[in-house]
Design a protein around this ligand. Structure first.
Ligand SMILES: Cc1ncc(C[n+]2csc(CCOP(=O)(O)OP(=O)(O)O)c2C)c(N)n1
Ligand SMILES: [Mg+2]
Length: 561
């Protein structure tokens, strides 16, 4: 019950700050440590989604941050809750997603006795977050929460963790609310843009690679106009393919796992590389083999919102400290050369992309996952959101699906399994009117499959497609390469996934032939329930490019056996 003497409890002040900063969705697993905050949600205009595991709740918050550019928020309890939630915190870190995790903490007078589930959250999350802190004085909640919103969003976005001592949340004080935060734009300087124009005017074969966070629909539109005006081939970085419309004639393809060898060759042959927003980390750089380190042979223009990322791995010819949203707007002012010498190149780049992705590759077994992807890309609406986890199954998404709008692919650049289902819960909560599809591997799904219960409880009808090859396929692939024939710890005996979905109150169907997929998917959608389509994939169908048997034979031959 709120008092009318001008005071509020710490919990009430805290939740009021979230309202003030425009938070609409919060994901939680309750804990007795933060009952004072939980109660304050009771009559506030924030949709609170109760989850089944803190890893799921944290991934949901991270997904909101990834999709909207504003911090996603989760609440979890002390030690076990926070360590479970670290799954999502690490993703927010690696994927540069704004996120704030609130963690219950023991009462102030008990601290440092290793009280029940006590952890030193500053130490535990110190190296994983942009800021990890604890609030001692309820009067400082508005200041600290406001700083958390700015910190999570500004520069290179990332996670903030705030611990909340239990007694602090019920202490009453009079404290005014903070004004709403606004993400801070970092604008490129005029000299930066003039330098960039000069570099492009003398280029022979330039190419753009776009990635990272801090994009928006408007920024993507500016980027598209820039690509059109400059006839510039644009490649998208690992799990950032939604930044550029794959149907656009300037699209050069996806630079992630299993990329088109012609794209790799094209990047190596380029004379000017415009890297916008991304870090060109281990996955898109093909284990740091794509560009020379520290000084690339190509003229590298690196645009990043975090000043500390510029020159961190690659020595850029031109470093521009700017958020992609601001930089994309500034691109509108650049003028292309009169006769663009590389005009034919954009056509070839796009033709190479098309040839690489048009048709699914042949696969052993009854279900060809590539053909499933082709069907989904031809049949899902343009604004459908695909949430995916990590595993070899995702290489079929990257290769054959065609993302057409910003924030239609929500996936973990950090390669964290268990992402698709909680992420789909968050996306369907955010966009109840849009089609949301989670795509999971069999191993991947069961890491956070419990959040299917959250989807049922909160009536979130998205479809989960599981590519079940009865393997931790990715690890098996590495195992067969390094230790051919010595199979250990990579085989899975799986449940009946369709029955699992039904047991939770959802819709479930199993598919054993590619031709049966469309009907099964449509039935899943028509059910109006959270639904699961279980695809039986041949374990031999390891990647779009090779089979398990072929990989093993090659490795054995290499070993002279
Ligand atoms: C949380 C987490 N744990 C472990 C790994 C290591 N790992 C990467 S892929 C993979 C197997 C994925 O299996 P599955 O989801 O069935 O997909 P598949 O590769 O079989 O298509 C594992 C264990 C990881 N990336 N993330
Ligand atoms: Mg698998």
């Amino acid at each position: 019950m709120r008092a009318n003497d001008g005071t509020r409890t710490g919990g009430e002040i805290l939740v009021d700050q979230l309202v003030a900063h425009g938070v609409q969705h919060v994901f939680c697993v309750p804990g007795e440590s933060y009952l004072g905050a939980l109660d304050a949600f009771y009559d506030r205009p924030i949709k609170l989604t109760t989850c089944r595991q803190e890893g799921g709740a944290a991934i949901m918050a991270e997904s909101i941050g990834k999709a909207t550019g504003r911090p996603g928020v989760a609440f979890v309890t002390r030690g076990p809750g926070a360590t479970n939630a670290s799954h999502g915190v690490h993703i927010a870190r690696q994927d540069s997603s704004p996120m704030i995790l609130f963690v219950g903490q023991v009462a102030r007078e008990m601290r440092e006795r290793e009280a029940f589930q006590e952890l030193d959250f500053r130490a535990v999350f110190g190296s994983m977050t942009k800021w990890a802190t604890e609030i001692d004085d309820p009067a400082r909640i508005p200041e600290i929460v406001s700083r958390a919103f700015y910190t999570a969003t500004n520069g290179r976005p990332g996670p903030v963790v705030i611990a909340l001592p239990e007694d602090m949340l019920i202490e009453r004080v009079a404290a005014p609310d903070a004004p709403p935060f606004q993400p801070v734009e970092t604008w490129p300087g005029q000299t930066d843009m003039a330098h960039l124009q000069k570099l492009l005017w003398s280029a022979k074969q330039p190419l753009a690679i776009v990635g990272g966070s801090r994009w928006s629909e408007a920024a993507c539109a500016s980027l598209t106009r820039f690509a059109e005006r400059f006839a510039l081939p644009v490649a998208t970085s690992f799990r950032r393919s939604h930044i550029f419309n794959a149907l656009h004639e300037c699209y050069a393809g996806d630079l992630g796992i299993g990329p088109n060898p012609k794209l790799i060759a094209r990047i190596k042959a380029a004379d000017v590389i415009l890297l916008i927003g991304g870090r060109l980390g281990e996955m898109p750089s093909q284990s740091y083999s794509l560009l020379d380190i520290p000084g690339p042979r190509q003229t590298l223009v690196h645009v990043h919102p975090g000043a500390e990322e510029l020159g961190r791995v690659y020595h850029p010819h031109l470093a521009i400290n700017a958020s992609p949203t601001a930089f994309a707007a500034a691109l509108e002012g650049l003028q292309p050369p009169n006769n663009i010498p590389w005009r034919a190149e954009v056509k070839t780049a796009n033709a190479d992309y098309r040839a690489w992705t048009d048709k699914a590759t042949p696969q052993p077994g009854g279900v060809n996952f590539g053909e499933v992807m082709v069907w989904l890309r031809e049949n899902l609406p343009d604004n459908a959101i695909v949430c995916s986890g990590a595993g070899n199954f995702s290489s079929w998404i990257h290769r054959f699906y065609r993302f057409r709008h910003y924030a239609t692919h929500i996936g973990p650049c950090s390669g964290s399994m268990g992402y698709g289902v909680p992420s789909a819960v968050a996306m369907k909560t955010l966009h109840p009117d849009r089609t949301v599809v989670a795509i999971s591997g069999d191993g991947d799904f069961l890491m956070n499959g419990q959040e299917f219960a959250t989807a049922v409880q909160f009536k979130l009808p998205f479809v989960t497609v599981i590519a079940d090859n009865s393997l931790y396929g990715t690890i098996r692939m590495h195992q067969e390469r390094e230790y051919p024939g010595r199979v250990i710890a990579t085989e899975l005996k799986n449940p009946d996934f369709a029955a699992y979905a039904r047991a939770f109150g959802g819709f479930g169907v199993t598919v054993e032939k590619t031709a049966d997929f469309p009907k099964a998917f449509e039935a899943a959608q028509k059910s109006g329930l959270p639904a699961l389509v279980h695809l039986k994939i041949d374990p031999n169908a390891l990647t779009p490019m090779t089979t398990l048997e072929a990989l093993r034979a090659k490795a054995l031959a290499g070993q002279g056996r």
